[in-house]
Design a protein around this ligand. Structure first.
Ligand code: NOJ
Length: 551
């Protein structure tokens, strides 16, 4: 059976930051509706919306207090129905973010669980321990322990992998599994086309009575991925969930967020015979080069170059291993990481050639809003802007090593996820044409990107992305086989073959000019970033340049 998502080109929209329609500084669903013509013009055919459910916004919507309604800041259910309808009319599919590992502490289930000791919802969450002692030394991704004292004062603690206001659900409980399936089906019934399954690899936890082994046997919280990521029960519990969805809505894209999954696990998660996901989003593509890290203070938010040798190897392994199994997702950015133009690319030429490198491989492109303009992270100058415990620790450690506050903030601005959630710059007006009000997220804009100017300029990043996506949507780049060509670490070169067509994507990863020998007589350039020259099977590429060649 063929599916719409075999040829998906996804655009990730952070709804709070895309377009405000009611002047409160927060992007909303009607704002997205206004911008559908822009999405059409860019040439994507699906959008992934970060969570829009009712939420206290502790984690910008990943803390859900009501799954059956839209957060009032973003609109109403009628707005959502209209958005789905309008996107569909424009030929654009809708993927919603589905938060299934945890809820908000304001969710009625959790509220009942802590107010009523005999509540049936107590077993919807993970309560453990006694006498106010933490059951183990596991650490939360958001800093500190995964355990927080039960507000009911029972002496137990409850488990939270993320913020303490985001208690984890107990997936061991069949009622939880059933409830989450019902919520998913409620939205599918509305006509959405896919679910991005947030943090699904964490739904199973190991025996809670064990500490994560540490050198000093201390109780200091430590991230214990081995005890709460990718355990076998993840597959056991997700399978009936995915099977039911596919039975009732067979054309649904199930896109799993599998941050720490290795490629072998990605095979397990996406093999058709395992009845789980269609594709997963891994965070393993981007190995960083930490050789230049200043060891005198915390490495966490120090800017690091991408280790291109490892990156090239990662890409090739994911491409080759998933061949014939599933489509890898292809992306450079998302709301959880600094933007490509800040984190990796040294200049615009490189941002373009890296985009063609990534997206013309086999797989599903996921383009993060604003990336197509060359947007950079904002620069924050106040620690409160980051709203993050781990930033406080970093700034403290940098200052202790003699760095100034401004230097520390600059580093965090370049590496943190929050400054990558910028308001979309539609124009050069005040508030970027995003809102008539000050945007919910402010900071210094470090790029000159805006939609209005870029659409008019045939040489802009926007028009480059547009051309690249046109190429991507051809059979050659959608269905063609991928072959890595053996070249040294300064370049990444691969071939795509489909029937009698063949193309070569060649990218210079280095800051020097390079010369490559072409395996065949490729001459016609379909797309280029930077300067190139072809002479008798030799291709010269200027620093960071890239080119797509066809025979
Ligand atoms: C992954 C999401 O992408 C991230 O933004 C969020 O904080 C966690 N899951 C928790 O839901």
């Amino acid at each position: 059976m063929t599916h719409w998502y075999d040829k998906a080109v996804i655009y990730q929209i952070y709804p709070k930051s895309f377009q405000d329609s009611n002047g409160d500084g927060i992007g909303d669903l009607n704002g997205i509706r206004q911008r559908i013509p822009y999405l059409k013009e860019l040439g994507i055919n699906a959008v992934w919306l970060n969570p829009v459910f009712v939420s206290p916004q502790v984690d910008n919507g990943y803390d859900v207090s009501n799954y059956f309604a839209v957060d009032p800041h973003m609109g109403t259910m009628a707005d959502m129905d209209n958005l789905i309808q309008d996107l569909h009319q424009a030929g654009i599919k809708v993927i919603m973010d589905f938060v299934l590992n945890h809820t908000s502490d304001q969710h009625p289930w959790f509220q009942d669980a802590i107010k009523n000791p005999n509540s049936i919802y107590r077993d919807y969450y993970i309560f453990a321990g006694k006498d106010n002692k933490r059951p183990n030394n596991w650490g939360s991704f958001f800093g500190g322990s995964v355990w927080e004292p039960d507000p009911a004062g029972t002496g137990q603690s409850y488990f939270h992998l993320f913020d303490k206001r985001m208690p984890d659900l107990n997936w061991k409980n069949p009622e939880v599994r059933h409830a989450m399936l019902e919520i998913a089906e409620y939205w599918l019934e509305k006509g959405i086309d896919g679910l991005r399954l947030d943090a699904f690899i964490h739904i199973a936890k190991a025996d809670l009575r064990q500490n994560y082994p540490t050198a000093d046997n201390s109780q200091k919280p430590v991230i214990a991925e081995g005890f709460f990521a990718n355990l076998p029960q993840v597959q056991e519990w997700m399978r009936p969930f995915c099977e039911e969805i596919k039975k009732d809505y067979p054309d649904t894209l199930l896109l799993g967020e599998a941050a720490s999954a290795s490629v072998n696990l990605a095979v397990d998660y996406t093999s058709k015979r395992n009845h789980l996901m269609d594709s997963v989003i891994t965070f393993r593509y981007f190995t960083e080069d930490d050789s230049k890290v200043d060891k005198s203070f915390s490495a966490q938010y120090q800017p690091k170059e991408l280790d291109f040798t490892a990156f090239k190897q990662n890409q090739a392994i994911w491409q080759q291993t998933l061949a014939g199994i599933s489509q890898p997702t292809l992306y450079w950015n998302n709301h959880d990481m600094a933007r490509l133009a800040t984190r990796v690319a040294h200049n615009q030429t490189q941002a373009r050639s890296l985009a063609m490198l990534m997206y013309l491989q086999r797989g599903i492109p996921v383009i993060y809003y604003g990336e197509e303009l060359g947007l950079k992270n904002l620069e924050f100058d106040n620690i409160d802007d980051f709203k993050d415990l781990t930033v406080q620790d970093f700034v403290k450690s940098a200052k202790a090593a003699g760095k100034s506050q401004a230097q520390a903030f600059k580093m965090v601005s370049q590496t943190h996820k929050l400054p990558a959630r910028n308001p979309m710059p539609w124009t050069t007006e005040k508030n970027y044409g995003f809102s008539t009000h000050t945007p919910w997220l402010t900071g210094k804009k470090l790029d000159h990107a805006d939609v209005a100017d870029e659409m008019l300029d045939s040489q802009s990043m926007f028009n480059f992305y547009k051309k690249m996506l046109e190429l991507k949507k051809t059979d050659l780049f959608e269905e063609g086989k991928y072959y890595l060509l053996a070249t040294d670490k300064n370049s990444y070169v691969y071939q795509r073959d489909y029937q009698d067509q063949s193309a070569l994507v060649a990218v210079n990863l280095s800051e020097k000019e390079i010369e490559l020998s072409l395996p065949d007589a490729y001459h016609q350039a379909d797309l280029a970033a930077g300067e190139y020259e072809i002479k008798e099977n030799k291709l010269k590429l200027s620093p960071y340049a890239g080119v797509v060649l066809e025979k």
